[in-house]
Design a protein around this ligand. Structure first.
Ligand SMILES: Cc1ncc(COP(=O)(O)O)c(C=O)c1O
Length: 314
């Protein structure tokens, strides 16, 4: 195995520059991110036959790591894949990635691809599933300016692939709908799209869940979207803050007429939406529920709430 960071006798950590852009664990080895590649015949590539999870590291600590690993295990079972590592071993791989990169704020992904069927067959049962993990610097789904002013969300005409076809709770690469919606949203001059379910109600966006606040109650869609860990964090924190929440249907009109709208993602936390299709949400400013929730979300990070600290030296 490659060692990325070493500590000199005077205690200074020296980083191996090959890992400065990120590191990956593949086929039992740790490699610089630029050298990590999968064979072209892996069904992860040819069929988008992958499940994955993304956890972030903030201030040198994983945030809600066990929630992400629980969800990854459920996703694996939903898509009938397995990996040759138990949870302790996966955590050891992630810790090693962090030591190699020395990133204190990072985007850390664990994946399992279907792998390749034996020559001449197309039987997914015969594939050796491939476990991969990688760490790169923290990625934001919305830049600084968007996070401050709130995003201009486009209510897309595109329908999220329905749960009868693909289990939305198993995090997946079926993003054809999201990519079409992204192009459309940019063409409309908006920042990001939200796609709908078969009934035309709000489902989710490319990398985020959606919440609408009305008359003191906060509603987020359920059943047609990924059960985001940040969505769960938002629900947990609002329970602490005595804000009434529910998982239910959010129609396009409920979104347009909400007092506040926000989205949640591992890659950005709580992000306000201040316009829907260029029309202001309420008075177009970031509302008090969103503002408070965002503050508490980052405060929890500073306090080490549900955090797994990283030992960068051992
Ligand atoms: C389709 C989709 N919905 C929702 C989310 C938000 O989930 P989380 O809060 O776990 O990042 C993601 C995250 O990537 C996603 O891909």
């Amino acid at each position: 195995m490659t060692r990325g960071a070493t500590t000199t006798s005077d205690g200074i950590i020296k980083l191996d520059s090959r890992f400065e852009d990120g590191a990956a664990f593949m086929d039992g080895s740790f490699v610089p991110i630029s050298e990590a590649r999968i064979p072209i015949l892996d069904w992860g590539f040819t069929r988008s036959d992958v499940t994955y999870d993304v956890v972030h590291v903030w201030g040198g600590k994983f945030f809600r790591l066990n929630h992400h690993l629980d969800r990854f295990e459920k996703s694996l079972s939903s898509v009938r894949m397995s990996i040759p590592h138990n949870r302790e071993e996966v955590i050891a791989v992630l810790m090693r990635l962090m030591r190699l990169t020395q990133f204190h704020d990072a985007y850390v992904e664990i994946l399992c691809t279907r792998g390749m069927p034996p020559k001449g067959t197309r039987d997914p049962r015969k594939c050796d599933n491939r476990f991969i993990a990688f760490a790169v610097p923290f990625v934001w789904i919305a830049d600084n300016e968007m996070r401050e002013r709130g995003i201009n969300l486009h209510l897309s005409r595109f329908v999220r692939i329905p749960p009868v076809s693909v289990d939305p709770t198993a995090k997946n690469f079926h993003w054809g709908d999201m990519i079409r919606a992204l192009f459309d949203s940019y063409e409309q001059g908006c920042d990001m799209p939200v796609v709908v379910d078969l009934e035309g109600n709000i489902a989710e966006g490319p990398g985020f869940n959606v919440f609408a606040v009305k008359g003191g109650t906060v509603t987020t869609p359920g059943g047609t979207c990924l059960e985001g860990i940040t969505r769960q964090t938002a629900l947990d924190l609002m329970a602490e803050l005595n804000v009434k929440t529910q998982v239910g249907t959010v129609s396009p009109d409920q979104l347009r007429n909400a007092d506040e709208v926000f989205v949640t993602s591992t890659a950005g936390g709580i992000i306000p939406v201040t316009k829907v299709d260029h029309e202001p949400v309420a008075d177009g400013s970031v509302g008090p529920v969103t503002e408070n929730l965002r503050r508490v979300y980052w405060q929890k990070h500073d306090e080490g709430w549900d955090a797994t600290p990283i030992d960068y030296e051992s």
